[in-house]
Write a protein that binds this ligand. Structure first.
Ligand SMILES: [Zn+2]
Length: 484
């Protein structure tokens, strides 16, 4: 997610780009093409020592009532050395923010839980579901969990919510909490930042909905069928991803273009083609640039979806949500920045994950650095972007004094503090690290970090250790000064 932080200058340069892009792209109006072509089944890399969870979601969306009803089966393997007497899943739609000042409060109600077909006891406390197992799940043991649930989508301009005729399904289904060396991570939904931490899993999602609606999602579309009397069925499968998001509207149109083996798709509301073209152009350029600088994006598709999310953009695996309020010509520069930022997250959050609650600098700081790098090399105005981020941090520091970057979301005194320190100061940290190492070594470091922690969750220590190994320098005091 980007910091909602800057006043942007409007530009009218999009028109030139449109003419150029028109040669490479074709448009499709409504109908089935919005969902894109059926893609090959995704290849699933083998992760030594870690068996990813498999989520199988079977859900029906009623867009009129704003409800999603269905079930999920989760095959979970205990990858830890210790037995687990209980399992936890997050129910993020139950966060208070989705119920305040709305006509239709958000809610994720779990109605039944079974383990290997046997009903089990479970408790729900706000955004947390606890499943008590009859016998502890031993190390390396596998379990099949089935959950029945009903989601009410709030009329709310958020990651999850319906707004502007678009239903955004972000963080919308029961997702496993992470158990790592520190135990279970059971953080609630915080009002700022991206309060998420997840491991990669494989998803198969079957969604039924009225045929007049189009849906785009994480993963590869595997099937699209009409079901009698008035239903459409869509099935997606993913490679290893750490979440699954969907965007739905009856007013979507699409544009697409290939970048190497990846199909990039821009999905936008009818009548907002200027923004749709801008998003596609920015997304293709960013994907190509980051492929080149950090290592290849390992998925078949990337979807850039206009949504009613009002805070800029939000990253999900293989799909990003973009605020359609910026799809006008006057906001082309803002949309450009948003798309590049969210595309960079496919590397830093998507493939290389981290705990976004406790170490947000790893994904947001590095993503802002990557975005500045893109603007420096591709747009020729990296300095202005860096100055804007520095200005955000300096302004905060003048009023509030300096602050630690490395702390948990709930330990930032305000959203402004979080934005200034994680995005502003976080980006400056990486720019300064580039000064210390030189650009070539900095890129070698990021390529190695990407390779080493692909599909894993990296920690601050992992990043620092990689930086020290690649550079041969002791960087302990550098990171201590910046982070603490
Ligand atoms: Zn971000």
């Amino acid at each position: 997610m980007p910091a909602r932080r800057r006043q942007w200058l409007a530009i009218g340069a999009a028109a030139v780009a449109l003419l150029i892009m028109a040669v490479f792209i074709y448009r499709s109006h409504g109908g089935r093409q919005v969902e894109g072509p059926v893609l090959p089944a995704p290849a699933v890399p083998d992760l030594a020592g870690f068996v990813p969870a498999i989520y199988d979601l079977d859900v029906n969306l009623d867009p009129v009532s704003g409800t999603v009803t269905g079930s999920s089966q989760v095959e979970y393997t205990n990858n830890q050395a210790v037995p687990l007497p209980e399992l936890y899943l997050h129910l993020y739609p139950n966060a208070a923010v989705f119920s305040q000042d709305v006509r239709r409060p958000g809610r994720l109600e779990v109605t039944a839980v079974s383990v290997e077909g046997q009903d089990v006891l479970f408790t729900v406390e706000e955004t947390l579901l606890k499943v008590t197992l009859e016998s502890a799940l031993q190390s390396q043991e596998q379990i099949n969990l089935t959950l029945s649930w009903e989601l009410t989508v709030p009329d709310y301009p958020g990651r999850l919510g319906e707004n502007d005729g678009i239903i955004s399904l972000g963080n919308w289904y029961p997702i496993l909490a992470v158990y790592d060396a520190a135990g279970w991570h059971l953080d609630p939904y915080y009002d700022w930042g991206d309060p998420f931490y997840s491991e990669v899993g494989r998803y198969r999602v079957r969604l039924t909905l009225p045929p007049s609606y189009q849906a785009v999602a994480s993963g590869n579309l595997q099937a699209r069928r009409q079901l009698p009397p008035q239903k459409k069925e869509l099935v997606w499968e993913t490679s290893l991803v750490r979440d699954f998001a969907v965007a739905v509207s009856s007013e979507y149109e699409s544009l697409e273009q290939k970048v190497g083996p990846t199909l990039v798709r821009s999905v936008f509301l009818r009548g907002e083609q200027a923004g749709g073209r801008q998003a596609l152009k920015s997304g293709c350029e960013a994907l190509k640039f980051f492929n080149d600088k950090f290592g290849l994006y390992p998925y078949h598709q990337l979807t850039l979806a206009a949504t009613g999310f009002d805070q800029g953009g939000m990253e999900y695996p293989n799909i990003v949500f973009l605020a359609r309020q910026f799809y006008g010509q006057a906001d082309a520069e803002i949309l450009d920045y948003l798309v590049v930022h969210e595309t960079a997250h496919q590397w830093w959050y998507g493939v290389v994950g981290n705990n976004q609650v406790t170490e947000a600098w790893l994904d947001e700081g590095l993503t802002e650095f990557s975005t500045v790098l893109f603007f420096e090399k591709v747009r020729g105005r990296g300095q202005e972007e860096a100055a804007s981020l520095a200005g955000l941090y300096q302004a905060y520091r003048q009023t509030n004094g300096d602050g630690k970057i490395l702390r948990s979301l709930n330990e930032f005194p305000s959203e402004l503090a979080y934005n200034a320190l994680v995005y502003g100061k976080g980006c400056l940290l990486f720019l300064q690290l580039r000064e210390e190492l030189g650009e070539e070594l900095m890129l070698t470091l990021l390529q190695e970090y990407y390779r080493r922690f692909a599909y894993r969750n990296a920690t601050s220590e992992d990043f620092i250790r990689t930086a020290e190994e690649i550079s041969g320098q002791n960087l302990g005091s550098f990171f201590q000064d910046w982070l603490l």
